[in-house]
Ligand binder design. Structure first.
Ligand SMILES: [Zn+2]
Length: 399
């Protein structure tokens, strides 16, 4: 019995592909076609259907060698079909263009812009991350996001070495990682590539000061600008939050102020579900400050008003006042919220401290477990005293 010489369907046809000349459309077997042309395109077949792939990731026509590389990439994806189903459409020109970094990140920014408008994202943060694309991420322009791997990311990381601070390098890389997480969550890449890490931390060590030192600094300021700083010291409220407190958020009868908005850049932003609106308790000092500043103001107005222009304080204005009168040996954030957190932690349990500091994550609160150095000295001193007491005791028993 003999098989017919011509078979309608050859299973190996599925794995085939050729390079055709861009001009005469004949098969190319060498870098220069018989017609003299040097560019070509890939024709491949999958399940009996014919597909053309004409351009590389950057939208350029292929040389013979480039077309060969694209074809072998296609063939290995076909070979891998059992593990990762092969989709011929994935390899077509329009799809490849769509997957280019600069097109994908535009979609990402549009999404983030919506979140910013909905108040879920800080406008300041959005401004910063959308600036990264033109400043740093041009490195990836023209590259298919599905092809970006650890090696490319590690090479990219080296381009960031020109940035002076480790922190700014970390910010750029973290922002890139956030983009890749978004790609993954939206089904645009199968997995997030492994990211290189940036070691070390050259950020300035933050200092915390005690209550008496805080008072010394406050005393250096004129009385009419002192209150917002004293309030932040007593409540741990962040400068941006302090600038944004409205009269309607103050409830002196219940000894609380609700922290429900913040000033970010030049925009007042409502605190949303992610970081819930929370009341901060008012101790005697804070209560007195609130009562004093509420006097004679309308309920829509700001609790703290800048005496220089009669408007709410900006972060900049607070900062300038602080520097002018205290000399800034201790920074305003250190002297207020950072000191507050450090002071509060030893006084209570971890959960209460977390709630007072309004940290969403307990780990942030744990960072404040670096006690004042003299407290530490106290502990080691007491340890020795205990031993001595025992000694005295035992020697007295010996008598
Ligand atoms: Zn030709």
């Amino acid at each position: 019995m003999t098989l017919p010489l011509t078979s309608n369907y050859n299973p190996f046809d599925d794995m085939k592909g050729v390079i055709l000349c861009n001009r005469c459309h004949k098969k190319m077997d060498s870098p220069v076609c018989q017609c003299g042309n040097t560019t070509g395109y890939v024709r491949f077949y999958w399940h009996g259907k014919r597909y053309n792939r004409r351009r590389d990731e950057r939208g350029h026509t292929f040389t013979y060698q480039e077309a060969g590389r694209a074809l072998s990439k296609l063939n290995s994806a076909m070979d891998n079909h059992d593990r990762v189903p092969f989709d011929p459409l994935f390899f077509l020109d329009t799809k490849i263009k769509e997957r280019q970094f600069e097109n994908q990140i535009e979609d990402y920014y549009q999404d983030k812009e919506k979140e910013t408008k909905a108040g879920e994202l800080s406008p300041e943060y959005f401004r910063i991350i959308s600036g990264y694309n033109a400043t740093y991420f041009t490195y990836f322009h023209g590259i298919d996001v599905t092809e970006i791997n650890l090696k490319m990311l590690a090479d990219f990381k080296r381009t960031l070495d020109i940035l002076p601070g480790i922190k700014s390098r970390k910010n750029v890389l973290n922002s890139l990682r956030a983009f890749f997480n978004w790609l993954h969550q939206n089904g645009r890449i199968d997995k997030v590539p492994v990211f290189p890490t940036i070691k070390g931390d050259n950020s300035r060590q933050r200092r915390a000061i005690r209550s008496d030192q805080q008072h010394e600094l406050l005393d250096l300021m004129p009385e009419n600008v002192r209150d917002p700083f004293a309030f932040m010291m007593e409540t741990g409220v962040r400068p941006g939050e302090c600038c944004a407190i409205l009269m309607q958020s103050c409830d002196p009868d219940n000894r609380v102020v609700w922290i429900e908005r913040t000033l970010s850049g030049h925009t007042y932003r409502e605190t949303t579900k992610e970081n819930t609106k929370l009341p901060v308790p008012l101790n005697d000092v804070a209560l007195e400050i609130v009562r004093r500043n509420m006097r004679g103001k309308l309920s829509l107005g700001f609790l703290f008003v800048n005496p220089i222009n009669g408007k709410g304080f900006t972060y900049r204005a607070l900062y300038d006042i602080w520097v002018r009168y205290t000399g800034n040996t201790v920074r305003p954030y250190e002297a207020t919220r950072h000191s507050f957190c450090t002071q509060v932690v030893p006084l209570t349990d971890g959960y209460t401290a977390q709630r007072l500091m309004r940290h969403a994550d307990k780990r942030s609160t744990d960072n404040y477990y670096h006690a004042f150095s003299d407290t530490l000295l106290d502990v080691v001193q007491r340890k020795n005293n205990v031993t001595e007491l025992k000694k005295i005791k035992s020697s007295s028993e010996d008598k």
